[in-house]
Write a protein that binds this ligand. Structure first.
Ligand code: ATP
Ligand code: MG
Length: 611
């Protein structure tokens, strides 16, 4: 089947961005700034007040050297102590006010950036929850974590210092130029010429850092991913003595990270001393040229001091321009990586229908499915009907597509239109949340949260429901186990459920599905880790629900399927046999062979002949 047909599989009609960041190297990063626009607008008052303080602060920086000039000219001229003192007092007062304005400017602008960071983090988290299952199959956990932490921080720095220092440097230049020109036109032109050269250097050299920063962030994401995988899979790492190979893998990544950082450090190591040297030359020029003007009587000593102090005040903004540029570059690269998540298409729910009332009937026709990662079709023309209240068994070879089929039926994986219908409506036209709301799934692999057992059963509930939770646990054959825990239902389940046994974890998942009381129950090999006695006890208790619920049981165990109204046997993405237990045995096909094999295994284990 051509991969072109696959557009509908994940229900996406739009092009999905690449995980490296959208439009890498093609579209200007400035485009990504637009996601910040609404936030900047929201905090416009704080930002405007911050900018007003910035103007006040720079006005202060213009006035202070003026008082210095008057003081020195008074000392070298009439030398009246009163005038000297008055000017020094003014200088002091203006310095205090300038400091106050700077404090407010920082508070307002940096404060706004922190609030925007908070809102962006919330939006990112919300987006992560809204994105569908296929997104997580295409992206690695560590990388996503890195985007939500490191990259978010870079964006915050772009918004705080970035937004503050760029206009600050500009306004300072604008405020200073006329005053410097009035003090000495030729000197000002010389100094400005040199500063312009410096700025041009910064503007030319620093954008080269942007791809380097992106590589640094990407490598950091890979490192995070590596650490995450080792921590999550520490048991496997230890059991298979993978420490050395994992360390080697980590070292390669770590070396790459340091190499990228060193490249940046080398470039910066060259840039900074060069800048400092140029600033030293600027000082020298002021002394040589300005000193000459003072000797020739074209300038007073006070004016030279004023000029020199003002150029000193320009030094920080000019020097920080380099830092700000790299911070902006880093911020833009990070923004691009955040935007990958924020712009990743989410299935629109608006305009989609809700499931029609009255039981849930599934009708599957010619269902084909291929995972977005590519490869072969995993389902190759499945036809299946499930009537409300029916108990359906699904079995078959490993990797024959049983779990994939369940995931498609419950809406987690999206089929193409026309292949799956629920109560007559096409699955792709139904609101995913509404479909999930009808079906309780016990997945093949249980995931437990680091919460209490009760909270793990009553997932998504705001308030505790001890009676309901216990009833579900009793039905799942878990209550007896829970009673042996020191804190019973309030026992904390370790991270990812490491404090529970495999069978206990599975039964927590079953209790979770039962507590939800949804009309349809999917069991994906959900009884594989429990013994035969527990299995039959659970199935017995479920039989009590059969009048009301549709039950789809995927299992390799014939004993779990026997009582089904109909059993489908899958092989290589197709249903190859269907019928009741007896009909299938009579066919003497795959099901019969599976049953015979299990019968022999039971006999060997000294078990009772069940068939
Ligand atoms: N996320 C995925 N991306 C790509 N291929 C996948 C993915 N998940 C499963 N597959 C492939 O789909 C095929 C069917 O897998 P599936 O999990 O549906 O089999 P199964 O019948 O449930 O097997 P089992 O009995 O072992 O649980 C397998 O070949 C598997 O490699
Ligand atoms: Mg499976």
């Amino acid at each position: 089947m051509a991969s072109g047909r696959r557009t509908g599989i994940i229900g996406v009609r739009r092009r999905r961005p690449s995980p490296d960041g959208p439009g890498r190297g093609r579209r200007p990063a400035i485009r990504h700034l637009k996601i910040l626009a609404p936030y900047l607008w929201k905090y416009r008052l704080a930002l405007l007040a911050g900018f007003a303080c910035m103007l006040l602060q720079n006005y202060g920086y213009v006035r202070v050297p003026e008082f210095f000039k008057r003081t020195l000219d008074e000392i070298t001229g009439a030398n009246r102590a009163g005038v000297v003192l008055e000017n020094l007092l003014w200088a002091g007062l203006v310095m205090v006010l300038t400091g106050g304005a700077m404090f407010l400017m920082r508070n307002l602008i940096i404060g706004a950036s922190r609030k925007i960071e908070y809102e962006l983090r919330e939006r990112l988290y919300g987006r992560l929850l809204a994105l569908d299952f296929t997104f997580y199959q295409a992206n690695q956990t560590g990388d996503l974590m890195s985007r939500c932490t490191n990259d978010l921080n870079e964006v915050r720095t772009l918004l705080g210092p970035g937004v503050m220092y760029v206009p600050n440097a500009l306004t300072r230049f604008l405020f200073f130029m006329p005053v410097l020109f009035a003090l000495s036109g030729p000197l000002m032109l010389m100094v400005c010429g040199m500063l312009v050269v410096l700025i041009l250097l910064i503007v030319v050299v620093l954008p080269r850092l942007r791809p380097m920063y992106r590589r640094i962030q990407e490598t950091l994401a890979s490192i995070n991913n590596q650490v995450w995988q080792v921590i999550a899979g520490i048991q496997t790492v230890k059991l298979y003595t993978m420490e050395d190979t994992e360390l080697e893998r980590f070292e390669t990544l770590n070396r790459g990270y340091v190499r990228h950082q060193m490249r940046v450090a080398t470039l910066r190591g060259f840039i900074w001393p060069f800048f400092i040297f140029l600033l030293g030359v600027v000082e020298l020029v002021i002394l040589v040229v300005g000193g000459g003007q003072v000797i020739r009587g074209e300038m007073t000593l006070g004016e030279l001091l004023q000029f020199n102090v003002m150029v000193g005040y320009l030094t920080f903004p000019v020097l920080s321009l380099g830092w700000i540029m790299s911070l902006v570059q880093q911020g833009l690269a990070a923004l691009e990586r955040l935007n990958y998540i924020l712009e990743y298409p989410v299935e629109p729910q608006a305009g989609l229908q809700t499931v029609a009332d009255g039981g849930l009937a599934f009708s599957v026709r010619g269902l084909r499915y291929r995972y977005p990662a590519g490869g072969e079709d995993v389902l190759r023309g499945v036809d299946l009907d499930i009537a409300p209240g029916q108990t359906v068994g699904i079995t078959g070879m490993v990797a024959s597509g049983k779990s994939t089929l369940l995931h498609v039926l419950c809406g987690l994986l999206r089929p193409e239109p026309g292949m799956v219908r629920l109560n007559g409506t096409d699955l792709t036209a139904l609101q995913p949340d509404d479909v999930y709301g009808q079906i309780a799934v016990v997945p093949q692999e249980t995931f437990l949260f680091s919460r209490t057992v009760a909270r793990n059963i009553a997932l998504g509930a705001d308030a505790a429901d001890p009676a309901g939770v216990q009833a579900a646990a009793v039905q799942a054959g878990l209550d007896k186990d829970i009673q042996t825990f020191p804190h019973a239902y309030d026992e904390m389940v370790g991270e990812r459920g490491i404090t529970l046994s495999g069978g206990q974890k599975q039964r927590v998942a079953i209790a979770r599905a039962l507590w939800r009381d949804r009309p349809v129950l999917f069991f994906d090999d959900a009884l594989s880790s429990v013994d035969a006695a527990t299995e039959s006890a659970i199935l017995e208790s479920l039989r009590g629900l059969r009048q009301r619920k549709t039950l789809v049981v995927v299992s390799h165990r014939i004993s779990a399927l026997k009582a089904s109204d109909v059993i489908h046997v899958m092989d290589a993405g197709r249903i190859v046999e269907s019928g009741t237990h007896e009909e299938l045995l009579a066919r003497q096909g795959l099901y019969f062979r599976m049953a015979r094999l299990q019968q022999m295994e039971l006999a060997l284990a000294g078990g009772v002949n069940e068939h």
